[in-house]
Design a binder for this molecule. Structure first.
Ligand code: SF4
Length: 311
């Protein structure tokens, strides 16, 4: 339970003062699922009873936590369960931090250690820019959350002006860009943001990010059967990215019951990867985690809302 009285590293006098003058946002875990592979998913109910989803992902080099930055999302990506309810509200920087603190506590209980963090859960972090930046300042401050931004990745669907604003901080923060298509025609269909910031503008902003921060940009590409996984798209993508300081992360699509898309078959994933590798593009395929629990982003929250609505 998060209460000032439990902060035994503070003096009694300070705790009394805090109780009198400050309030503490609450975040009660209402659902918790653990996969056989060690993935942990939990849903926190915030003080206004909205819920937010957080995931802990086990990797050989240490655990990573995936945080949400908004309740819902207004970006409308066609393949995403998180965006289905639209944007409900932004999270405060404190609510983003609470997810991290709860994750750390859960990991401590299992003698596991947090190694990295991704802002890749529900919401578009750059659409909640001020709270995200305030949170990142707290993360990198040794007196507060004390974590190097080299171990933090922010994922965006491509809000170009905000990418450029973030680049100006010079922080060694990793940027992951959800690309998911190799041309504007296809990207317009599945990611409405592309109509405002098409690929040519997005890639120039990402190049600028890489040159100002010295960090290579990761391009995320979800492989969806029959939609964006044909060899011609891999060749087109290679043409776009060749020579850029970047890395491609291919993500086998996680089936979502509410959406009518299917994951690409293994052979297509392999061929897509081979075409990129042969063209000299640095590429990996993301390992599937949490397959036996509601694995795709936003599913746990949608399931919880559905069950409550039934009752
Ligand atoms: S993929 Fe990200 S930006 Fe797009 S709707 Fe989902 S949460 Fe929002």
């Amino acid at each position: 339970m998060l209460e000032f009285d439990n902060m035994s590293n503070f003096s009694l006098q300070l705790r009394q003062k805090l109780r009198k003058h400050a309030t503490m946002g609450s975040a009660e875990p209402v659902l918790h699922q653990q996969s056989r592979d060690g993935t942990i998913k939990f849903l926190l109910a915030l003080s206004d009873q909205h819920t937010v989803e957080t995931v802990i992902l086990p990797y050989e080099i240490g655990d990573s936590v995936c945080l949400s930055t908004q309740v819902g999302c207004r970006m409308g990506c066609a393949f995403c369960a998180s965006g289905l309810p639209g944007l409900i509200r932004n999270l405060t920087s404190g609510e983003i931090a609470l997810q991290l603190l709860v994750a750390k506590r859960l990991l401590q209980e299992e003698n596991r250690k947090l190694k990295s963090m991704v802002l890749m859960g529900t919401g578009e972090p750059l659409d909640n820019f001020d709270a995200t930046v305030t949170f990142l300042e707290a993360v990198s401050d040794q007196e507060r959350l004390g974590m190097s931004l080299r171990h933090v990745t922010l994922s965006t669907c491509g809000l170009v002006p905000k990418i450029l604003e973030l680049a100006k901080t010079g922080w060694p923060l990793n940027l992951a860009v959800s690309l998911h298509a190799s041309n504007n025609e296809l990207r317009n269909r599945i990611m409405p943001i592309n109509k405002k910031y098409p690929l040519e503008k997005l890639l120039v902003a990402c190049d600028q990010y890489a040159s100002l921060t010295g960090r290579r940009v990761t391009y995320e590409y979800i492989l969806i059967d029959g939609l964006n996984d044909e060899p011609r798209f891999a060749k087109e993508l290679a043409g776009l990215l060749k020579g850029r300081l970047c890395h491609v992360n291919l993500i086998p699509f996680n089936a979502v019951s509410e959406l009518n898309f299917r994951p690409s078959p293994q052979e297509k994933v392999k061929l897509f990867k081979k075409i990129l590798t042969d063209a000299g593009v640095n590429v990996t395929v993301r390992r599937r985690l949490g397959d036996d629990i509601a694995a795709a982003c936003g599913q746990l929250r949608n399931k919880y809302r559905g069950e409550r609505n039934k009752g």
